[in-house]
Design a protein around this ligand. Structure first.
Ligand SMILES: [Zn+2]
Length: 135
């Protein structure tokens, strides 16, 4: 039985002129190439893929859009920061609501224990009626 692992994502290197270039060393195969989202199991199959028209065109587009990649990276970082703040706010709100629910349950159970059995049945019917109305 083999264990399936998430493949490394192929990322071209940058030469001394700032151009993206293919360098296949330094990866643990399999590698996933973003141009096809296919998995290449070894350096030889990745090398063959790198010579394909589709990969060469993709690398050319990467080079032609370098400035856009920087802008996109800045925008994505801001989006991640914004989302972290939203998640933190929602988490705090959820914790508050959990505490409110626990307080309501505790109060409800305490009231149920103090009432005679017939009154409990009536109260439970009222709660069911209230829940139906809420829907
Ligand atoms: Zn590719």
């Amino acid at each position: 039985m083999s264990i399936e692992t998430t493949p490394d994502i192929y990322c071209p290197n940058i030469d001394e002129f700032g151009n993206y270039i293919d360098i296949l060393s330094g990866y643990q195969y399999p590698v996933l190439c973003p141009c096809t989202y296919r998995k290449y199991n070894n350096k030889q199959s990745m090398s063959i893929h790198n010579k394909s028209a589709g990969h060469i065109k993709w690398l050319c587009l990467m080079n032609n859009n370098r400035k856009n990649h920087l802008l996109e990276n800045i925008q994505l970082r801001q989006t991640v920061e914004d989302q972290k703040k939203i998640i933190a706010q929602l988490s705090t709100k959820m914790d508050t609501q959990k505490n409110q629910i626990n307080t309501l349950i505790t109060t409800f159970l305490a009231q149920q224990q103090q009432q005679p059995p017939q009154q409990q049945i009536n109260d439970n019917n009222n709660i069911v009626d209230d829940l139906i109305i809420i829907d």
